[in-house]
Design a binder for this molecule. Structure first.
Ligand code: ARG
Length: 722
């Protein structure tokens, strides 16, 4: 009995650790892959799964390839080119900010939708850019070659940055390109990326918000889903096809490549791949880092987000104009408010910390082997020491960062620093700064609503001062809290009266007659800058621990790979172009979805969700009318229904929003726009059973453009295969 038990336990540990030590080795559909290594890492697998293209047809330096049709959209999303005239398809929530900016209560494109009937109707938002990917290359040996083992992390950064500057200069084509050198695998590898940015991007069309954001925050991150999350833009260039500032003489870009659209529809197990710009994953994150997020950072993030949201919402609901001003900021905060709570829940439920801890125990055994101990012996203890020291700081910093992210006023008050510089500058320098400052001032007063800003700031200061005490408050806040009985109402009201950041006239007067001490002495600038300074502050002890941690984390990731020489690894997402492949894949049957297979949803389901007086579930009358007539044109599924969304098991994250979902021939079948809440731990640990990508069926997109929008001009631009 006894031996048996012992025996079983040993086998169990062996099996268990084989799985967990190597959980960053990609399985099945996990992985966000570099395009330059497809041949080496993925082609065999992808071809078996249904890909009909060659690696060269996806990524080629010399010939046009799929990658030329993919853009990073305004820095944080993905889009794809779908016509020979530079038409860009992306998500509604990616175009949201621009659409809101171009709207007024009278011409409300967010609410009522918009379809440019010809190119002269296309609208230019203040700033919007798309980025094309030109090429990438490995510069690991060159970058690591300038380092040595005795350097501190800070020294390392300095030396690396010098090398980055050289690589940028060598590859920027004399200013034509933007070159970005990025670290991967926690600084064990380096690659550079060459991009070309186009800044004249115009708004072409969008469905109403009641389609584009159908289900609102209730359905956000959820399946079954019925959202037409798409919008259209167009890239303009000068007459030679080069990037240019906005001009009425600019012409639609003739892209190197645009996507063909396939209307055949999807079924379970169909091959599906996604190219795009995933923002951030932390799949190598140590156990205690996850623990810190779950227990300290994310709860603060969630609570402070909600505080900001509630104080915006009460004014947004009262006034259409205020609603337009705050819609985009609100949506951005709400999106990650729900995401972070989802992460807390999923990481807790799946006991991810326990799993990762077991992995680290195993790693530590390997690290303490005679041949490894010198290099890796302290890795785990240095990592854990750092997290132990920074838990309360993480909580503090998250309250603070959401305070700034929701308080436009306090963020704006940081301009005080530039005002000081302006006051101290000579006339030439002043002239230069004047334009920048005027723009910042104008754009703040165009977008902020004073009563909301006051309430946000009061509520956030009250929250911060009561909840971030474990780390220690910024002294200025601690003093004010004491003097005001922990209630910032009076203090804020007074500060708003005294500060110049609440009055455009005062700021303009300052620009006429600048005075440095008036800028730095401003109560709001003073508050903002001292709070920011407090969160940047690090004791000597913390600096040392952080230095050791950064080094340890790098060695941890390196060691995990070294201890598994046969593994096929992919780096964490960091807003660089990746490919993920998988298939159309259902989730277990769900009675909320009346589709035959739980891998798609239909217009029937969407109409059933419609609620007359619910701003999140109100569905446009025009959609309901067409539904009543079953007017689906060529976009209906063979089975007769109108498809809306579908599921694949691709590995994506925020930033992939708007990415094309492509079939085996590289034709567009959908538009990725979301993930599912039950797999929200995915950014830290990929869940093979649960993780899904939620996509908008391209047939629904085209149906909306043609039948709801009546925009045949757009349909006629597309290349469609039936
Ligand atoms: N969850 C989506 C993403 O991060 C954004 C969806 C926006 N919709 C919304 N209801 N806030 O890509």
């Amino acid at each position: 009995m006894k031996t048996n038990l012992k025996m079983n336990k040993k086998i169990y540990i062996l099996l268990f650790s084989a799985v967990i030590l190597f959980n960053n080795v990609a399985k099945a559909d996990e992985g966000m892959w570099f395009l330059m290594f497809l041949e080496k890492n993925n082609m065999r697998d992808m071809s078996k799964a249904g890909l009909k293209l060659t690696a060269e047809e996806i990524y080629s330096i010399n010939n046009s390839s799929l990658k030329d049709a993919i853009v990073q959209f305004n820095g944080g999303c993905t889009g794809e080119i779908i016509s020979k005239d530079g038409l860009v398809l992306t998500n509604h929530h990616c175009g949201y900010d621009a659409i809101a900016e171009l709207s007024t209560p009278e011409k409300n494109y967010l609410k009522d939708g918009y379809w440019a009937t010809d190119k002269s109707q296309e609208l230019k938002p203040r700033s919007l850019f798309v980025r094309f990917f030109v090429r990438m290359d490995n510069v690991t040996s060159r970058m690591l070659g300038v380092l040595n083992d005795t350097m501190t992390e800070a020294r390392r950064d300095i030396v690396l940055n010098q090398e980055v500057a050289k690589i940028q200069k060598e590859n920027d084509g004399g200013g034509k390109y933007t070159v970005s050198v990025r670290g991967f695998f926690q600084g064990n590898e380096y690659y550079y990326f060459v991009y070309q940015d186009y800044k004249d991007v115009r708004f072409v069309g969008t469905p109403t918000e009641s389609v584009g954001k159908f289900g609102g925050d209730v359905d956000n991150w959820e399946w079954p889903r019925h959202t037409g999350d798409f919008s259209l833009f167009r890239v303009y260039a000068d007459k030679d096809g080069n990037p240019a500032e906005y001009s009425k003489d600019n012409v639609p870009l003739k892209p190197k490549k645009f996507l063909t659209i396939n209307l055949q529809g999807v079924k379970e197990n169909d091959f599906a791949m996604i190219l795009g710009y995933p923002g951030r994953t932390n799949r190598w994150m140590p156990a205690q880092g996850i623990e810190q997020n779950v227990k300290f950072a994310y709860p603060a993030w969630v609570e402070a987000s909600k505080t900001g949201m509630d104080n915006m919402k009460k004014y947004m609901d009262k006034d259409a104009n205020v609603n337009l001003k705050y819609a985009s900021q609100y949506a951005r905060i709400a999106n990650y408010w729900k995401n972070r709570q989802g992460m807390i829940d999923a990481l807790t439920k799946h006991e991810t910390v326990k799993l990762k801890t077991a992995q680290e125990v195993k790693f530590n055994a390997w690290a303490n082997k005679k041949e490894n101990v010198g290099k890796y012996g302290n890795v785990i203890s240095n990592i854990n020491k750092y997290y132990g020291m920074t838990n309360e700081k993480a909580r503090h910093d998250n309250y603070l960062s959401l305070l700034f992210r929701s308080s436009n006023l306090l963020t704006f008050a940081m301009v005080g620093k530039q005002l000081e510089t302006y006051a101290n500058a000579d006339t030439t320098k002043r002239k230069e700064l004047l334009l920048v400052l005027k723009n910042a001032i104008n754009s703040y007063f165009e977008t902020a609503y004073a009563p909301a800003e006051r309430d946000i700031l009061i509520a956030q200061l009250n929250l911060y001062s009561s909840k971030a005490t474990g780390h220690g408050l910024a002294p200025i806040v601690a003093d004010l809290a004491k003097a005001n009985n922990n209630n910032f109402t009076n203090y804020v009201n007074n500060a708003l009266t005294l500060s110049m950041f609440t009055s455009k006239e005062r700021l303009m007067a300052f620009l006429e007659l600048p005075n440095a001490s008036m800028a730095t002495g401003d109560p709001l600038y003073n508050l903002a800058s001292k709070m920011a300074e407090h969160s940047r502050f690090k004791s000597e002890e913390l600096k040392t621990a952080e230095n050791d941690y950064l080094k340890a984390y790098r060695l941890f990731v390196e060691g995990l790979q070294k201890s598994n020489p046969k593994g096929k690894f992919y780096p964490d997402a960091n807003s660089t172009l990746r490919l993920t492949y998988g298939k159309v894949r259902a989730l277990p049957a769900d009675k909320r979805n009346d589709a035959k297979v739980n891998n798609y949803t239909t217009l029937d389901g969407m109409v059933k969700k419609h609620k007359e007086n619910d701003p999140e579930f109100f569905l446009s009358q025009s959609v309901r009318d067409l539904y009543a007539k079953k007017d689906y044109g060529r976009y209906a599924d063979k089975a007769g229904y109108m498809p809306v969304n579908f599921l694949t098991d691709n590995d994506i994250t925020g930033g992939n929003s708007g990415s094309p979902v492509l079939n085996g021939k590289g034709e567009l079948i959908g538009l990725a726009f979301d993930g599912n809440i039950e797999a929200m731990a995915g950014d830290v640990i990929f869940d093979n059973k649960l993780q899904r990508t939620i996509n908008c069926d391209i047939r629904f997109v085209l149906w909306t453009i043609e039948k709801i929008g009546g925009a045949n001009n757009i349909i006629n631009e597309l290349t469609i295969v039936q």
